[in-house]
Design a binder for this molecule. Structure first.
Ligand code: DQA
Length: 146
C-alpha cells in the first residue's frame, strides 16, 4: 500500500496569514504545510502538499492522487460549488478527508452545503490548522484499501 498522502488546497488558501485572520487565524499556508510534513513523518506518510486557485487544476491534482494512501482536501470555496471536484473524488477511489480551517456550520448558510461530503470518507472542520493534522490521523486509522 502506498504511504503517500496528498494534501490539496483550493482557492485563496495561498493568502492564509493575511486573509480574514479573525476567521482563518495567523498561520500561513507554509505553516500548515510544515505541520502536515511533521505529522506525516510521525505517521509514516510521505506528504505531497499542493495549492491552486483553479478548479480544473484541482481536478487534475485529485486525479494525480490516484493510487495514494489518501487525500486531505480543503477545496475552500469550491467545496460549496463544484460538481467537477465531487466527481473527481468519486472517480479516483482514494479515501478523502474533507477538511476546513473554520467551522463552516457556524458561518453563512451557503457554506453549510458541501458537494464533497457525500463522497468523502469523513469531514473535519473548525480546528484551524489542526483540522489537517486530524485529517492525517483519520487516514492513518483507516483499514487498508485493496
Ligand atoms: C474554508 C471554508 C470555505 O467556506 C471557504 O470558502 C474557504 C476556506 C476553510 O478552510 O475554513 O476558502 O474551506
Amino acid at each position: 500500500m502506498s504511504d503517500t498522502v496528498h494534501v490539496l488546497n483550493g482557492p485563496n488558501l495561498n493568502l492564509l496569514g493575511t486573509r480574514e485572520p479573525g476567521i482563518y487565524g495567523a498561520a500561513t499556508l507554509a505553516d500548515v504545510e510544515a505541520l502536515c510534513h511533521a505529522e506525516g513523518a510521525a505517521l509514516g506518510f510521505a506528504i505531497v502538499f499542493r495549492q491552486t486557485n483553479s478548479e480544473g487544476a484541482l481536478v487534475d491534482l485529485i486525479q494525480a492522487a490516484r493510487g495514494a494512501r489518501g487525500i486531505v482536501l480543503n477545496a475552500a470555496a469550491y467545496t460549496h460549488t463544484s460538481v467537477a471536484l465531487r466527481d473527481a473524488v468519486a472517480a479516483v477511489g482514494v479515501p478523502t478527508i474533507e477538511v476546513h480551517l473554520s467551522n463552516v456550520f457556524a458561518r453563512e448558510a451557503f457554506r453549510h452545503h458541501s458537494f464533497l461530503s457525500p463522497v468523502a470518507r469523513g469531514v473535519i472542520c473548525g480546528f484551524g490548522p489542526q483540522s489537517y493534522v486530524l485529517g492525517l490521523r483519520a487516514l492513518a486509522g483507516l483499514p487498508p484499501t485493496p
